[in-house]
Design a protein around this ligand. Structure first.
Ligand code: CU
Length: 164
């Protein structure tokens, strides 16, 4: 009886750990994250709650790659629904994070170019595809959004989110 109870507890703990690893942004499943998913740049939004729509387009122009717009201003506490569209000819992605995290992540991506993101703070889009990210900006500061496919950030594919 004691054994059954303790294996049930163990199974529940494993299930919780798996959920935390899947929901956490980034690529370090072993890393511990707080259960509310709060990050330095806010937390995943609640799609059932109101959000201001911000459209961001990805494209290539004259050898450059870019996001339009590349600067977004947000009020602290605001929830944003980023409506994303890839108007380019190749795959792009958007990863929302601190600048330091995205720069470190870019180095990881360069070593591991096939890495794909399926996190609440990131979206990868094929040409002409659309997608969205709902994010709740709970903290003031300047944050980064980048395409971390190798070479893309270097070609100009990054932007800044200013939360006031
Ligand atoms: Cu790109």
């Amino acid at each position: 009886m004691a054994n059954i109870a303790s294996s049930a507890i163990l199974a529940a703990a494993i299930a919780l750990a798996t959920v935390a690893a899947v929901a956490a942004p980034g690529h370090k499943p072993g890393e511990s994250h707080r259960h509310d998913d709060e990050t330095a740049y806010g937390k995943p939004g609640d799609p059932r709650k109101p959000a201001r729509v911000v459209q961001i387009t990805m494209r290539e122009v004259d050898g450059k790659m870019l996001f339009q717009p590349s600067r977004v201003e947000v009020r602290r506490g605001e929830q944003i629904r980023f409506m994303l569209r890839n108007n380019g000819e190749i795959d792009h992605e958007i990863v929302l994070a601190t600048l330091a995290e995205n720069l470190a992540h870019a180095i990881e991506m360069a070593k591991n170019p096939d890495m794909e993101h399926d996190d609440p703070n990131a979206k990868r889009l094929k040409p002409k595809a659309t997608g969205e990210i709902v994010w709740h900006f709970t903290k003031a500061g300047e944050f980064d959004f980048s395409c971390l496919i190798p070479g893309h950030r270097e070609a100009g594919m990054f932007g800044t989110i200013v939360v006031k």
